[in-house]
Design a binder for this molecule. Structure first.
Ligand code: AMP
Ligand code: MG
Length: 283
């Protein structure tokens, strides 16, 4: 099964999250059962990121969105854990600072988009400006309504300059969210993660659903697709995202750059290796 196609939001389609099973886990019986596949994709991801870094021609932007406790942090740990930190950046977006709020809404996001050869991960993203902002009426409707078009133009501009964009909505259901909040209560090492605000947002579940559905429906484009990832099973979420990132990078047919030096000359000059020995396997 091609995960890119399976979880991709078809541009122009109308998303109804109630029809999507947050507990989907494909043919895998359990985490244990999926481990070999998870490991395979971690390794592929590592190799592809190395190639992107070496090629230094294009970049990848991964945006993670989801409700509280949907698993944005866990996804970053998994996906990034497979990569060389030198080629990656992670930016988390919180309530805008005074300086950020004094600029146009895209300013703070544009500043941390990836440079060539780099992968950037956004933990929350410019979509907050049509999610929390819309649900809490932080700006008038006519302001947030225009933002879908602004976002599509922004992403088009990034894509035109060589940035590949993948956007993941981590789909959990309300029961799973409450169970995860409870696990935080039960684990003193995770008490710091608990916020009143997380509980306060739960009664707004349906308002958030409407806002997510609007963003997913209006902003999934060929150059910046959205994916809805069933995320009740953390391991399946990690597997699905690693597979989609891998499938995307594989399709780019990246190549290592040609060496900038004459390898044979270097071999002879510094390693005393003569040309006919070149084909011998090294011991
Ligand atoms: P966390 O990701 O748990 O650290 O929480 C960050 C908080 O910042 C969340 O409650 C977000 O909804 C909020 N946030 C992020 N971006 C914005 C934004 N543009 N406007 C208002 N609140 C935001
Ligand atoms: Mg939080």
């Amino acid at each position: 099964m091609h995960y890119f196609k399976k979880f991709h939001v078809e541009p122009g389609s109308k998303v109804d999250l109630s029809t999507i099973d947050a507990s989907f886990k494909d043919h895998h019986e359990s985490h244990q059962h999926a481990l070999p596949e998870i490991e395979t994709y971690r390794q592929k991801l590592a190799d592809l990121q190395y190639l992107m870094y070496a090629e230094n021609k294009r970049s990848l932007l991964i945006c993670l969105q989801g409700r509280d406790a949907a698993g944005k942090d866990g996804t970053i740990k998994h996906v990034l854990g497979a990569m060389n930190p030198q080629g990656c950046t992670v930016t988390g977006f919180k309530v805008p600072t005074k300086e950020e709020a004094a600029h146009d809404f895209l300013w703070r996001y544009h500043r941390t988009t990836p440079e060539k050869g780099q992968v950037a991960i956004f933990n929350r993203s410019h979509y907050e400006d049509v999610l929390v902002v819309r649900v809490h009426n932080l700006v008038p409707q006519q302001v947030w309504e225009q933002r879908y078009a602004h976002i599509n133009h922004f992403e088009q501009q990034l894509a035109d300059s060589g940035t590949h964009i993948l956007k993941f909505y981590l789909h959990i259901d309300p029961e799973e969210q409450l169970a995860r909040f409870k696990q935080r209560i039960d684990d003193p090492a995770r008490h710091w993660k608990i916020s009143d605000n997380d509980y306060a947002e739960r009664p707004l579940w349906d308002e958030y659903t409407t806002a997510f559905e609007a963003a997913l429906s209006q902003c999934s484009t060929p150059h910046a697709p959205w994916f809805i990832i069933p995320s009740n099973h953390k391991w399946f979420r990690n597997l699905a995202i690693s597979r989609i990132v891998t499938e995307t990078l594989e399709a780019l047919n990246m190549k290592f750059p040609e060496p900038t030096v004459d390898i044979n000359e270097i071999k002879q000059k510094y390693h005393q290796i003569v040309a006919e020995e070149n084909t011998k396997p090294t011991q």
